[in-house]
Each structure stands twice: as structure tokens, then as C-alpha cells.
Design a protein. Structure first.
Lengths: 280, 217, 407
């Protein structure tokens, strides 16, 4: 019984050790697991896939490097999807680090031979308007006029002089908004200010912790949401370009299994020691 | 007067902004943006206050060799290590562009540090789950079962464990059901309570009944 | 007939048969090509025809706004996703007179039937035409009736919110008044708040510090204000018991506000000498920089009690687990839904949602503040009733009550 008592009071560092092994070892394996695409992710994919070439997509990067492991693969696969469909992309950020993460994602996606062959031009096929302070006030302001909200882009060029922005005044000229969010301001603010006030069409990518909070908004206010690394993996699967998120799912699956294993043995030890206390 | 003036300002601004929510006519439609802009400006200047306080406390710790003085030294050195290249050697407005010293610090130091801190959650989730998910009573058992189904249903392993079952009994379907129905219902209920709590708290602040945040009773 | 002479084909009948066969053979070769030509000729032919113009163009002042906006609606062109299906978009044209020159003010993609012109001057008449555009041609609708943009004094879309706010506010004020009149109000026990004085007492007995973290958001967040009001109560206790208190903050303005609160709490209890500005200090605005600093402080200082009261994000579990690992008693409170499970799992007591906002009233035991909690219960009862009635009505297929709550 001492074994079960010790098990109940196990040093957390032993649990940490198991988690390290569970997360890192599968990274060396090339095996991939079956991933079922959920309706929510499919809805986002279909919304983008049904856009005709030349449609304008606004992507809001509302996260920092801490959430990049979950959200960056979503950004990459989304950009790849947009550029392969010849959609025009406008990038903004409500978090200061957002536009930098966008540039990192763009650099990654431009390495793809299919996208590289399209010879995309800044200002014509995509623009990065940078970060603007103000949280939800920025969204509200964009609903009236994006040019006054973002008078210059990330590098200082006047927004009105960028060819892509000439046909865009506000959300009426944007065909789809995609928000990558790790907190505040994020998807909830986009729903409250862009969708409710300006009837914009919105899809989102959130961290796994945040995603359930968005379920009440689906499908009337939010087309769908990609939740965590699994959501990113599902998007890669449905886009037929399995990449980073898919490769990380094995790690996530094994680590979940390890956590469940510890929960089971913890409960076993709990019941055994409780039974012993009752009999004694 | 020291306390009365802030309370009067709070009351007037609070009531005005509530009214402006329902009145789109000028000048009410401009008030929210105006006050938000004022707040942003004040908060931006307040950062200087915070930074000076941080540097003062850290330097004081280092100078007097207080407990943990080494961490104070790290704070001060890190502060100047980022501010000086960022302000003076990174090309002005384009300081965040790839190739600048600031971008190098951001990409090779800041991003790994932030990712590491976020990654700690994986370990803490494991230790917290081990400790918290015990079937002590009925409610705890329900929580345990829900966690079990959702954790397994959300990863491909759940598919492999239950693919032989009819689709409506598979782990992924059960996990989705838990997330879409009981979880969403519970969240919505808590959200309604929170909204009412915010209304009540805001009313107390606007009416001056709640004063602790400005140092009152 | 030089060809026949060249080929030395003297028999005329054979010659004609050969010509005929040549003709049939060329038909087989040329027909597919002709079909393509035929198709492109057809397309070319179609593109020489303008699309069917949009119809029923209506322009009206955009409701519930501050003026400067007119909403135009129209019926799609018959060649938009039907008919010849060659419409690629619409152009919105505007003029100040029905016979005047119409200028382009915007465009939409095919399928659209509405556009908001947000560039109008109030009290000026505008006329609109909608032009359906194909790759090559276009056709313009008849002009709309004149429309004038104006400002509205009341947003009728928000009438339901106004009613809800008035009902809840009046019920709160009513119960505050009743409490002022001396009526005793029952508020259920909240375990986390009952434990506050015990938690402070524990730190006093152990001779260790108390850490109070008021979240990582700024003063414009209601949760931060609620956290700071709780700090005031905790600071009064630490002043009475002479327990060391530390308040690391993530925002400069929160630092200033917390300093005022703690200083005032110490003064009210008669211990202004025990207060020191360095009890409340700023660390960093950065989320994980702050949590790394605070986690490090927890591990080094080993406080006996930790309060986590405010708006937290992902760092909530890092702070709560670190606090648990050092054996501190932890009382958390937040209305951040995503973080509640982490606090519930890792902390000894958690104030969930509205309990957190009720904390200041609960701890002060001031009747006026307790009355406000009663008032919000009326609001909750109304919502409960609405949900019940709404579920019954929609299940019976009678009426969708949620429409009344839409904004």
C-alpha cells in the first residue's frame, strides 16, 4: 500500500519527464495519424474555396510568439490556400507582434514552389498594413474607412497609393475576414464589431483553450473556427497539403494518452488508499 | 476634493458613454472614440512611469545587494540591450523589418523565450490534471469522465480506439457533443452571470458606491 | 481545273467523286475546329450583348447612424448566376440630380444586392444607378428615387438592450434603496470569500508574505477594477495583522491605482507607517514576461498566500501551478471563461464569474453594495424565465423569442 501512497504524492518532476518524452520522441517519427475534418473547419475552408479569383480577404493577426506554435501553421495553410486561389490578401494586426508573425508566415509560404511560381507582388496581390493600437475601436473604424484607420502600411507607404487598396474602402469591399487570435483583442471583438455591426463574413483560428468560447457564435456570426493545433491539422488535411500541424498531432496524441494514463493511475491509487483508510 | 473630483468625473463620463451607446447623433457618436483615444494617450505616457519604477527598484536591488539582486541586474541589462539597438540602430520606422538588429533580437531571443513559457503549460496541465481529476464525488467523477472523453476525442488516437463503434458512439463524436452542448450551455450560463455582474459593478462605480479602486472605503 | 491536268486525271466523273470525297474528309477535320470557333463565336456573340440591367433600385437613409450614409438595394441582373451568367460585378453610380452626371462611388462582386455609400453629405439629395458589368460590356439600371442621409437621435436596433438595462438598473437601485432603509438581505455564503481572512491569518502565523496579482489587463477592464477593490479589503487585513504584502502589476496605471488603494487601506486601519510604495511595483506589459517574473518571485519568496484576482489569460495555469508547488494557499477570481477550469484545478478557492464581481460587496458587508447583488439576481431571474419561455415556444414552433434579443 505504501506504493499507492507514494503514487498519490508523486513528485511532479516525474510527470514532467514523462511529458517531455511523450512530446519529443514522436517528433522523430514520420508516422501520421488519421485526422477527421470537423464541420467547423470545413465551413471555413469552403467559405474561402468558394471565393472567386480576385476576391479580397482580410487577415487579422492577433497573437504573439507565445501562441505561434498553435496559430502559425494555421496562418501558413490559410495563406497557401488564398494564394493558390488567386485571392488578394490584406494583413493587419491588433497585437503589436501580429504583423511580424504575418511577415514570417509570408516568408515561409513564398518558399512553396507553387506559390513562388505565381510571382506575387506586394501592393498588388497582398499588403501588410501593420499594427494599429485601439483594439475594438480599430475594427469599428475600419467598418467606416480602412484608409483613415491605416493611413500607411507596415513600411510607411501610403495606403491609398497601393494598387490593391484602391478598390477597398471598408468591410463592404472585403469578401472574407479571417482572424487568428490568442486572446484580447480577438475573435470575440471581431464578432461584436465587424459581424454584428457591419455584417462582415468571418472565420477564425483560435488557440485550443479559446476555441470553445467561440462555439456559441457558430454559424450565424462565425462561419467556423479552427481550434488549436488539431484545427490547423484539419485545415491542412482538407487543403490536401499536410504540413507542420499534421506532423505535430502524433506528439499531441501521445501526450494526451500519457496524461490520461496518469489520471487513471492517480484515481487507482486514490481508490486503493481510500479503501485502506475505510477498512482501517 | 481629492476623492470627490474623480468620482464626479467617473459618474459623468460613465453616464454619458451609456447614453451615447443609444444615440448615434453627433456628438454622441464621437464620444467613445474620443475617450478611448484619451485613454490610449494617458496609458502610453503611464508606461514611462512604470518603466522608471522598474528600473529604480532593480537598480536599488543591485546597488544594495538585496536578495535576488542578480535578477535586477538581468532586468536592467536586458532593458538596455533591446532599447538601444531598437531605437538607434534599426532604421527608424522600419525597425521591425527582417535584417535589423531589433528583428534579430525578436526572432532569436524573444520568440524562443515566449514559446518556452507557453510550452510550460503542457507540463503544468499534466501535473494539474493528475492532481485535480480524482473521482472524489459525483460531480468530480462527471468532470473526470468529460475530461477523459474530450482529451481522447480531440486527438487521432481517439479515432483508432473507437473507429470500430458506430459513428454516434465514437470518441470524437462524444467529445464534440460534450463541447457543443453541456460545455456551451455552461459557458453561456456563466457568461450571462458575468454580464449581470459587470452591469452591477459598473453601476456601483458610476454611482460612486464603489470607491476602493481610487483609494476610498 | 489545273489540278486535274496536273494529276493527269482525264475522267471527269472520277474527278468529281474525288472532289466530293475531299470535301467530306475536310468536314471531318474541320468540324471540331468549327465547333470551337462556333463556341467562341457564340461567346463573342454573347459578349456583344450587354447584360440585363439590375432592377428595382432603391436608396434610403441608412438607419440608426450618425448620417453620411445611404443604403442602396437592387434586384440582381438576370444574367447574374442565371441567364447568360456573365455578370462579374456591379458598379454603384451617384449623382445629385436625376439628369446630372453620375460618378462611380463603389463596386461589389456578382451576387451582391446591397451597398452602403458612406460618403454622402447630410441633407443633400442623391440619386443612384447600378451598373451590371461583364468582362466586356455593361448595362445601367434606371435611377432610384432621391435619398437624403440624416442623423438619428435614437438607435432603434438597441431598444431591447435599453429595456434590459433599465429593468436591471432599476432593480439594482430598488434593492440598494431597500438596503439603505434597513432591510436585511440574504446573500449565500461564497467559500472563496469566507476563506480570505483565514488565508491572511495563515500567512501571518507563518511569518510569510502575501502576494496579490490583480490580473494582466489595464484599468479599462472591469475585472481589473473588481480585483483592485478586493485588494483594498485584503490590504486592510494585512495592515491589521502586520503581514507583508506584495502586489506585482502588469500595467503602469494599475500600479498607480493599486498604490492608492493599498495606501488608503493602511491609513484607514491606522497603520500609514507600515505602508511602503515598493509594496506595489510594475514588472512588464508582456504577458509571459510578467508570468515568468511572478513565477520566479513565488519560487524565491515562497509566500504563504496568493491571491490571483483579475483578468488572466494563458499564464493563469503557470501562476496557479507554481503557487501550488510551493504549498501556498491560493484564492483565485476571474470572469475569463477560458481560465476558470485552470484555476478550479490548481487553486484552493475560485470565485467564478459573478461571484468575483460580488466580492467587494460581500467582503465589505455594506448593505448598499449587497443590495446591488440582489438587484442583479432579478436580472438573472428574468433571463431564466425568458430562456424557459423561449425554449417552449420554439420547440412548439410558435415563435422564435431569440429575435427579440438580437442586436
Amino acid at each position: 500500500m505504501k506504493f499507492f501512497d507514494r503514487l498519490l504524492a508523486i513528485d511532479r518532476r516525474i510527470i514532467f519527464l514523462f511529458v517531455i518524452i511523450a512530446v519529443t520522441l514522436p517528433l522523430f517519427s514520420k508516422a501520421t495519424l488519421h485526422i477527421e475534418v470537423s464541420p467547423m473547419v470545413k465551413a471555413v475552408y469552403d467559405a474561402v474555396d468558394n471565393l472567386p479569383p480576385g476576391s479580397k480577404v482580410l487577415v487579422s493577426f492577433d497573437y504573439d510568439p507565445a501562441s505561434a506554435p498553435e496559430l502559425q501553421p494555421m496562418a501558413l495553410s490559410f495563406f497557401r490556400h488564398c494564394f493558390s486561389k488567386d485571392l488578394k490578401v490584406v494583413i493587419i494586426g491588433l497585437w503589436p507582434q501580429g504583423p511580424v508573425q504575418a511577415n514570417i508566415a509570408l516568408e515561409d509560404v513564398f518558399r512553396d514552389p507553387e506559390i513562388k511560381a505565381k510571382n506575387l507582388k506586394y501592393g498588388v496581390d497582398y499588403v501588410n498594413l501593420g499594427y494599429m493600437a485601439g483594439n475594438e475601436v480599430v475594427i469599428q473604424s475600419m467598418g467606416s474607412n480602412i484608409h483613415t484607420t491605416f493611413p500607411a502600411d507596415y513600411t510607411g507607404n501610403r495606403t491609398s497609393e497601393l494598387p490593391l487598396m484602391k478598390g477597398i474602402k471598408n468591410f463592404d469591399n472585403i469578401d472574407f475576414i479571417y482572424n487568428l487570435s490568442a486572446g484580447y483583442p480577438g475573435t470575440m471583438e471581431w464578432v461584436q464589431f465587424a459581424v454584428d455591426r457591419f455584417q462582415a463574413k468571418l472565420g477564425a483560428g483560435n488557440t485550443a483553450v479559446q476555441a470553445p468560447g467561440m462555439y456559441p457564435y457558430i454559424p450565424e456570426q462565425l462561419v467556423g473556427v479552427l481550434g488549436g493545433m488539431k484545427g490547423g491539422a484539419e485545415y491542412e488535411i482538407i487543403a490536401k497539403r499536410p504540413a507542420r500541424a499534421v506532423s505535430y498531432m502524433l506528439s499531441q496524441g501521445v501526450s494526451h494518452a500519457v496524461i490520461i494514463f496518469f489520471i487513471i493511475i492517480g484515481n487507482l491509487a486514490f481508490f486503493v488508499t481510500r479503501g485502506k483508510k475505510k477498512t482501517s | 476634493m481629492r476623492r470627490e473630483v474623480p468620482l464626479i468625473i467617473t459618474g459623468i463620463v460613465g453616464i454619458t458613454l451609456i447614453i451615447s451607446y443609444f444615440i448615434p447623433h453627433t456628438p454622441f457618436n464621437l464620444l467613445q472614440d474620443l475617450f478611448t483615444d484619451w485613454y490610449q494617450i494617458v496609458a502610453a505616457f503611464a508606461i514611462i512611469l512604470g518603466i522608471l519604477n522598474l528600473l529604480r527598484i532593480s537598480l536599488d536591488k543591485v546597488y544594495k545587494k538585496k536578495k535576488g539582486w542578480f535578477f535586477g541586474l538581468v532586468v536592467v541589462l536586458s532593458f538596455f540591450f533591446i532599447v538601444i539597438p531598437g531605437f538607434f540602430f534599426s532604421g527608424g520606422r522600419g525597425f521591425q523589418n527582417p535584417g535589423t538588429p531589433f528583428f534579430w533580437i525578436y526572432f532569436y531571443i524573444y520568440i524562443p523565450l515566449m514559446s518556452t513559457m507557453f510550452a510550460l503549460l503542457a507540463f503544468f496541465v499534466a501535473s494539474a490534471s493528475y492532481r485535480a481529476f480524482r473521482a472524489r464525488n459525483k460531480e468530480a467523477t462527471m468532470l473526470l469522465l468529460a475530461a477523459f472523453f474530450v482529451m481522447l476525442g480531440r486527438v487521432p488516437i481517439g479515432y483508432y480506439l473507437s473507429s470500430w463503434l458506430p459513428e454516434s458512439y465514437q470518441l470524437a463524436t462524444v467529445a464534440d457533443w460534450i463541447m457543443n452542448f453541456p460545455q456551451t450551455a455552461g459557458q453561456r450560463a456563466i457568461m450571462i452571470g458575468i454580464a449581470l455582474g459587470i452591469v452591477s459593478s459598473s453601476l456601483r462605480v458610476i454611482l460612486g458606491l464603489e470607491r476602493a479602486y481610487i483609494g476610498g472605503e | 481545273m489545273r489540278i486535274f491536268r496536273t494529276l493527269r486525271l482525264e475522267n471527269k466523273r472520277i474527278n468529281y467523286i474525288l472532289v466530293f470525297l475531299l470535301f467530306i474528309f475536310s468536314l471531318f477535320i474541320l468540324t471540331p475546329a468549327l465547333a470551337q470557333v462556333d463556341k467562341s463565336v457564340t461567346t463573342l456573340w454573347e459578349d456583344t450583348l450587354p447584360p440585363s440591367p439590375p432592377a428595382e433600385v432603391k436608396a434610403k437613409d441608412t438607419p440608426n447612424d450618425a448620417g453620411g450614409s445611404i443604403t442602396i438595394t437592387w434586384t440582381k441582373s438576370l444574367d447574374d448566376s442565371t441567364g447568360r451568367n456573365n455578370v462579374i460585378g456591379y458598379e454603384i453610380l451617384r449623382s445629385t440630380s436625376v439628369d446630372g452626371e453620375f460618378e462611380l462611388v463603389g463596386n461589389t462582386t456578382a451576387g451582391a444586392q446591397q451597398f452602403m455609400d458612406t460618403d454622402t453629405k447630410d441633407k443633400v439629395e442623391y440619386f443612384y444607378k447600378i451598373k451590371a458589368v461583364t468582362q466586356v460590356l455593361s448595362s445601367v439600371s434606371l435611377p432610384s428615387q432621391p435619398a437624403i442621409s440624416t442623423q438619428q437621435w435614437f438607435n432603434t436596433d438597441r431598444i431591447n438592450i435599453l429595456i434590459a438595462v433599465l429593468i436591471i438598473s432599476f432593480s439594482i437601485l430598488y434593492f440598494i434603496r431597500r438596503a439603505r432603509a434597513g432591510k436585511k438581505l440574504y446573500v449565500r455564503k461564497i467559500a472563496g470569500l469566507e476563506a480570505v481572512s483565514d488565508a491572511v491569518g495563515r500567512a501571518t502565523e507563518m511569518g510569510k508574505k502575501i502576494f496579490f496579482v490583480p490580473g494582466i489587463q489595464d484599468m479599462n477592464n472591469m475585472m481589473t477594477i473588481a480585483g483592485i477593490t478586493i485588494l483594498g479589503k485584503v490590504a486592510q487585513l494585512t495592515a491589521q495583522y502586520e503581514t507583508r504584502l506584495e502586489v506585482p502589476t502588469s500595467r503602469s496605471m494599475v500600479m498607480v491605482s493599486c498604490r492608492e488603494t493599498v495606501k488608503e487601506a493602511y491609513t484607514n486601519v491606522g497603520r500609514p507607517d507600515a505602508y511602503n510604495d515598493d509594496m506595489v511595483y510594475y514588472l512588464t506589459d508582456d504577458q509571459f514576461g510578467f508570468s515568468a517574473a511572478v513565477a520566479g518571485l513565488f519560487v524565491r519568496e515562497k509566500p504563504a498566500t496568493i491571491f490571483l484576482q483579475g483578468h488572466f489569460f494563458a499564464e493563469s495555469l503557470i501562476l496557479a501551478e507554481t503557487g501550488n508547488s510551493i504549498g501556498a494557499i491560493q484564492i483565485a477570481g476571474t470572469a475569463a471563461l477560458a481560465q476558470l477550469p485552470f484555476f478550479v484545478a490548481a487553486c484552493d478557492y475560485t470565485l467564478i464569474g459573478e461571484e468575483f464581481f460580488a466580492a467587494s460587496a460581500y467582503l465589505s458587508e455594506d448593505p448598499k453594495l449587497l443590495g446591488s447583488i440582489k438587484g442583479q439576481d432579478v436580472g438573472k431571474f428574468i433571463f431564466l424565465l425568458a430562456i424557459l419561455i423561449g425554449v417552449i415556444l420554439i420547440t412548439a414552433g410558435i415563435y422564435d423569442l431569440s429575435k427579440f434579443f438580437a442586436t
